[in-house]
Design a binder for this molecule. Structure first.
Ligand SMILES: [Zn+2]
Length: 358
């Protein structure tokens, strides 16, 4: 038996769950529900929201209005924790903000389909959510032979969580299992939860020991790590000391692990770049960025922190991220050190507009 959202007899209380539409901000939503300037400033000024909290088109939020108390309360649901950030106002005077714990009921759903057009769009259509589709893609993040091996009508299956609060769907949870036919073979990956985020495992590779998350949301590898690469025309050694992730200009780039900003800058080869120092002698490099966030040398950052955007600055012919991992000064093959899971704050709107076939 589901607990109703409104206690019996609370006739003065109404609850709505609208969706975030394009152009919405938390500020504009509060305004829509009658928060005046001072109330918005006071409520948002409490610093309740985590720095990288964003709302995306299609997200649900909750509006609770109580006529008797002339109180309006708006809940924005955390995408990582079982809680909502609540902003409330009373009449046109007081306002405030607080965290509200949510006890989610998890329902597990399996959907099956066949690839028509691009893989990510086929999944998104079947499931009805872009983020879930990108999480499915994570499971195959490091299988750079997918574009070749993906046949028309290739079957897929996806098992994922839907989170409910008192009978109302709130948001999607993790993708628990992803299965796809690649080159005529069924490949299945199973989700394993880690302290932060998680990882997809298959029977051959244990990704859970890997120290880093993927630096980008969606991976299409255009050039692999080739420390002994010969220049295609001139035949001299021109090593490729990193891996190239091809993404549209402006796609977000995230820190692959917690660490400290070593430096940011610009030169004629790397273009705009960021270098992060991690524990155990690791350093990661992010090159050719179109723009870099306001980062200071020595600044501590978390895994998944936004570093900047994909671009084509410096020595570059097509927008991509040239990503390098060094340990104690030695170049490593990044593909062997990153998990098939992206931990950044995803921006669905960006990808919905720019989705390309894969
Ligand atoms: Zn490169």
């Amino acid at each position: 038996m589901l607990t109703p959202l409104v206690a019996n007899g609370a006739k003065d209380t109404t609850i709505k769950q609208p969706k975030v539409v394009s152009g919405d901000t938390i500020y504009s939503i509060l305004k829509r529900y009658g928060f005046n300037d001072n109330q918005r400033k006071a409520a948002l000024g409490q610093g309740l929201l985590p720095k990288n909290f964003v709302i995306s088109t299609g997200d649900l939020y909750r509006v609770i209005t109580d006529k008797k108390d002339s109180k309006t309360e708006i809940h924005f649901f955390s995408k990582k924790k079982p809680l909502a950030y609540s902003f409330w106002r009373k009449g046109q005077q007081t306002s405030g903000a607080s965290k509200v714990p949510i006890k989610y009921e998890t329902r597990v759903v399996t959907a099956r389909g066949a690839v028509r057009g691009s893989l990510v769009e086929s999944i998104a259509k079947t499931v009805g959510d872009d983020l879930v589709a990108y999480r499915f893609m994570d499971a195959f993040l490091l299988d750079y032979n997918i574009p070749k091996g993906l046949q028309k009508n290739a079957p897929f299956s996806i098992t994922y969580e839907k989170l409910y609060d008192r009978g109302q769907f709130i948001r999607f949870g993790e993708v628990l299992r992803a299965e796809l036919e690649i080159s005529g073979e069924r490949v299945a990956r199973v989700f394993k939860s880690l302290d932060e985020g998680g990882v997809f495992l298959d029977t051959k590779t244990d990704f859970s020991d890997r120290p880093f998350y993927a630096p980008v949301d969606y991976i299409r590898i255009s050039s692999l790590f080739q420390p002994r690469r010969l220049h295609p025309i001139k035949k001299y050694r021109k090593p490729h000391n990193g891996v190239d992730f091809e993404l549209p200009e402006g796609a977000p780039i995230y820190a692959v692990a917690a660490g400290e900003v070593l430096r940011t800058g610009r030169n004629r080869f790397a273009g705009k770049f960021v270098v992060i120092r991690h524990t155990n002698g690791y350093e990661t490099f992010y090159d050719h960025m179109s723009s870099v966030e306001d980062l200071k040398s020595g600044e501590k950052i978390r895994a998944g922190s936004l570093l900047g955007q994909v671009g084509c600055t410096g020595h570059c012919t097509k927008p991509h991220l040239h990503f390098v991992i060094k340990r104690y000064g030695r170049y490593l093959n990044p593909i062997l050190f990153i998990r098939n899971y992206s931990y950044g704050q995803r921006n669905v709107v960006f990808f919905a507009k720019n989705s390309k076939s894969s």
